[in-house]
Ligand binder design. Structure first.
Ligand code: PLP
Length: 485
């Protein structure tokens, strides 16, 4: 047999490299845990990065462990308590280890016989989650690769159920243009889903938000009447739990009432904060989520799981079959009607990763208490940061946070210049400094720094030193901002 093929599948080499890799990763985790100084976002320019790897590709000789080491050094250090950037969770290490097993076993999961245990585990995990967020009856669902695909999957089901004809087979009828009502602060994947479904820009009825950036329920009636008057058939209402930009939760209970009253499909985009429904302390934020027709929750956001792993839950489990009422003869037929276990009938994906396995392992290892503790700890941290910001002179909160997403800015004493320019400059300087990773967002046209406290080991001390850096940078550049707008 070909020597290279033998080598690529050599169990001994796998064992040797694997042991070394686990040692390397464990040391890396120790460095992060011990708050070792590092550039949490290693400074890099895209062209230089491509140049580096182009040169590397042409270098003779390759050492796998050295490669892993380089990757670690070039990575965003999500496990470091100074990482406060995007909504990407530091995965629980044993979840990552379980994912290695998923990758090696590589059961495809399009149909049951391609991944029997992973398919059954996925269902158990989904029903477990549905029960944790308070869904009763016969909920069901599917795991997908990310919240964006999840939102599309749920809204496709909404369209099929609510449009009044078999749109999957007949296609879009131009005489009844469809629309969905969403918060003006909805994640862009919702707008994208509407466009993918052929609704266009007019098919997205944006309901304005109140001063806390929550969908304003008092405007729902007016917006629906206006949309209907324009000839649109509104099929669904979408709530945020929570919004991406400021992390505020929409009034889901009132939205569920409205959806009920007008026979709309109620979808909750809980990609980031839906899992708060599991906690005693923050459950009130998600009140009403259990009444949604469909809910999306990202395990890779607030549930300690490597990306991408998203739950799409349907309160009425049979709706899980509405999305892709499509036949692929060689895969799906001959199995009787709508078998739950052939996942390809219910998701955009054909071959799919065994994504439920790592979640199952975590549930068995740590129980649901792990997720509750993680969500409560990081949400508490967001609230403490808000308190600090209110106590420190010069800091301004954009919105009182509901959870672990906090937006703020710093105004130096006597500064009369352009705050947007100042804040964007501070953020740029923070990227160059690279000891903390924070991002920026726009709230009502004003630029704010935005942190998402994803690391449960970030402490008040880390928050204080991050704020000190923001203040120092703002004061050091304030004189250079002479734009008065
Ligand atoms: C509210 C919300 N919905 C959907 C998404 C998209 O999720 P994903 O990145 O898993 O596709 C995000 C991502 O930030 C989000 O915050």
């Amino acid at each position: 047999m070909n020597h290279l093929l033998k080598q690529a599948f050599d169990p001994d080499e796998f064992r040797r490299e694997g042991h070394q890799l686990v040692d390397l990763l464990a040391s890396y985790l120790e460095d992060c845990r011990d708050n070792k100084p590092m550039h949490v976002l290693p400074p890099s320019d895209p062209d230089a990065m491509v140049g580096f790897w182009t040169k590397d590709l042409n270098n003779p000789g390759f050492n796998l462990q050295h490669f892993y080491d380089t990757l670690i050094r070039q990575a965003n250090h999500i496990h470091h308590p100074h990482y406060m950037g995007h909504q990407v969770v530091p995965p629980a290490p044993l979840a990552a280890l379980t994912e290695l097993t998923e990758a090696l076993l590589n059961n495809g999961m399009a149909i049951y016989e391609m991944g029997p245990s992973a398919t059954a585990i996925e269902r158990v995990v989904l029903r477990w989650l549905a029960a944790r967020i308070g869904m009763t009856g016969q909920p069901d669902g599917i795991l997908t690769s990310g919240g964006s695909v999840g939102n599309l999957t749920a809204l496709l089901a909404a369209r099929q159920v609510k449009c009044g004809y078999n749109i999957w087979d007949e296609g879009v009828r131009s005489e009844t243009p469809l629309a969905i009502m969403v918060s003006a602060e909805a994640h862009y994947s919702i707008a994208r889903a509407a466009r993918i479904m052929g609704m266009g820009e007019k098919g997205l009825v944006k309901v304005p938000v109140n001063s806390r950036m929550q969908l304003d329920p008092l405007l729902l009636d007016e917006m629906l009447t206006r949309a209907t008057g324009q000839g649109l058939k509104v099929i669904a209402l979408v709530g945020n739990a929570c919004s991406t930009s400021t992390g505020t939760f929409d009034p889901l209970e009132e939205m569920a009432d409205f959806a009920d009253k007008h026979s709309l499909w109620f979808h909750v985009d809980g990609a980031h904060g839906g899992a708060a429904a599991m906690t005693e302390k923050y459950r009130h934020l998600t009140s009403g989520i259990e009444r949604a027709d469909s809910v999306v929750i990202d395990f890779h956001k607030m549930m300690l799981t490597p990306a991408l792993t998203t739950a799409v839950l349907f309160r009425n489990g049979s709706h899980s079959f509405e999305t892709f009422a499509q036949k692929a003869a060689y895969l799906l037929e001959g199995n009787g009607q709508k078998p739950w276990f052939d996942g390809a009938g219910r998701t955009l994906e054909c071959t799919k990763k065994m994504m439920g396995v790592k979640i199952y392992a975590m549930i068995r290892l740590y129980g649901e208490q792990l997720f509750k503790e993680y969500i409560t700890t990081t949400f508490d941290l967001g609230h403490r940061l808000a308190e600090m910001l209110q106590q420190k002179k010069g800091f301004e909160l954009a919105v009182q946070p509901d959870g672990n997403i906090v937006c703020f800015r710093y105004r130096p004493v006597h500064f009369m210049g352009n705050m947007n320019l100042l804040t964007a400059t501070v953020r740029k300087k923070m990227l160059e400094d690279a000891r903390y990773y924070v991002v920026q967002t726009s709230v009502n046209g004003h630029i704010y720094l935005r942190v998402t406290l994803m690391n449960p080991f970030s402490t008040d001390e880390h928050l204080n030193s991050m704020l000190l850096l923001v203040k120092t940078l703002a004061e050091s550049v304030a004189d250079t901002i002479d734009d008065k707008r």
